[in-house]
Design a protein around this ligand. Structure first.
Ligand SMILES: Nc1nc2c(ncn2[C@@H]2O[C@H](COP(=O)(O)OP(=O)(O)O)[C@@H](O)[C@H]2O)c(=O)[nH]1
Ligand SMILES: [Mg+2]
Length: 382
């Protein structure tokens, strides 16, 4: 797609910042900037090169180019990997360049600068994230990629999809994306501490968890003509560690939920016994004890277990949902207790109260995790 009137208008209406990390890209950076600045002519477009003291003089070439085009910016730092460069670059673009849309891409022409138009068009249509995808119909990878590289990319991508829970996205290791600034802020991009290539997967995971609408646009990924890849064994190792870490994060939530439930059971049975000791009738002590555990469970779940799913604006809705779930829990638990008390009048009351927790706990888990504290699914995909 070439520069059309539509695109020029769009680029004027929102401030777009291309964030492009470079390490030893002296052979590519000048032609890339020439192509990008030629394609995207709007005054409100910026091109931020994030260079990490490349020994080949990449930064000097950027400075030379920027002398004639004030839209070109340079951010320099110590080399700590691709992810670190992206976090610094994106944060700078959001905080200091007033970016409303970020386009992230490689500097080696693997990502065709002209394709950014298509990604931007998706954002114009209301999407939060448009991914230049190699693994959807119409997309592809250069035939010159070695079978080993192909295998690594494909399986790395498959693993990320299935292990890290990103199955809805076909290319989750893609490095060519247009992303809405608000979506990046919601994903708290500045807090990502992943230094290497695993950054792409972690960023995507955060964007989806924050509720971003995602669309995949097929692209053809060309092999670089000049310079060398910086993808190292360390990056590959770190990538696999990170996707499992993302998986564990989900399990951590489950463990926290289970511990919260356990504390609820202790509070329920403890207060039930205390109320009985105080002389309260068991049919009155039971619902009070259940209610106490429901309140403590809600507080712990809200501020600890599902704290990462906290959406401030939706708290009231969530509170209401929780009340409904609690009412069902209370009814189920109490009904079980009353029924068991009628069936076994001489059984230890605290034992029956404990048995009343079982069906209620099951109901609670399913309803709360699928409804009240539901994990946010990508709106554009599923
Ligand atoms: N600033 C910075 N850029 C990097 C670093 N590692 C890679 N890059 C850039 O990230 C982009 C993708 O890297 P590349 O080596 O082509 O990865 P590949 O396409 O997966 O082989 C290129 O523009 C690189 O110059 C880094 O440590 N710091
Ligand atoms: Mg490359």
């Amino acid at each position: 797609m070439s520069g059309t009137g539509d695109n020029v208008k769009r680029l004027r209406s929102s401030r777009v910042c291309f964030v492009i990390p470079t390490y030893n890209e002296a052979a590519n950076v000048t032609p890339l900037l020439a192509r990008l600045t030629g394609l995207y002519r709007g005054d409100d477009t910026a091109f931020l090169i994030v260079d990490d003291e490349s020994p080949d003089g990449t930064a000097d070439l950027v400075r030379e180019f920027a002398a004639n085009d004030s839209r070109v910016r340079l951010l320099e730092g110590k080399r700590r990997g691709l992810g670190d460069a992206y976090v610094r670059g994106i944060t700078h673009a959001l905080n200091n360049l007033g970016a409303q849309i970020i386009v992230q891409m490689d500097a080696d022409f693997s990502h065709d600068p002209a394709d950014a138009h298509k990604l931007l068009a998706h954002l114009d249509a209301g999407t939060d994230v448009a991914i230049g995808s190699r693994y959807v119909a119409g997309g592809g990878i250069d035939a010159r990629w070695s079978p080993a590289r192909r295998l690594l990319s494909r399986w790395g991508n498959r693993l990320a999809r299935w292990v890290a829970g990103l199955a809805a996205v076909h290319d989750c290791t893609a490095g060519f994306k247009a992303i809405n600034a608000d979506a990046l802020r919601a994903a708290q991009v500045e807090k990502i501490s992943v230094q290497g290539y695993a950054f792409q997967v972690v960023l995507l995971h955060r964007l989806l968890a924050a509720g971003a609408r995602v669309v995949e646009e097929p692209i053809y990924f060309r092999e670089r003509e000049r310079g060398h890849t910086k993808l190292g064994v360390k990056d590959i190792f770190a990538f696999f560690c990170h996707i499992w870490w993302l998986r564990l994060t989900r399990h951590r939530t489950f463990i926290k939920f289970a511990l919260t439930g356990l504390s609820g059971a202790v509070i329920n049975l403890g207060s039930f016994q205390i109320l009985l000791d105080l002389g309260l009738h068991k049919l009155l002590a039971s619902p009070i004890a259940i209610e106490l555990s429901i309140v403590s469970n809600f507080l712990i779940n809200n501020y600890w277990t599902f704290a990462d799913r906290a959406l401030t604006g939706r708290k009231r809705v969530r509170g209401m949902k929780f009340n409904l779930v609690s009412l069902a829990t209370l009814t189920l638990s109490y009904a079980t207790f009353v029924a068991l008390s009628a069936l076994f009048p001489s059984a230890l009351p605290v034992l029956l109260q404990g048995l009343g927790i079982v069906p209620a706990a099951l109901l609670n888990y399913f309803v709360n995790s699928f409804w009240t504290f539901r994990d946010i699914k990508p709106r554009g995909l599923r």
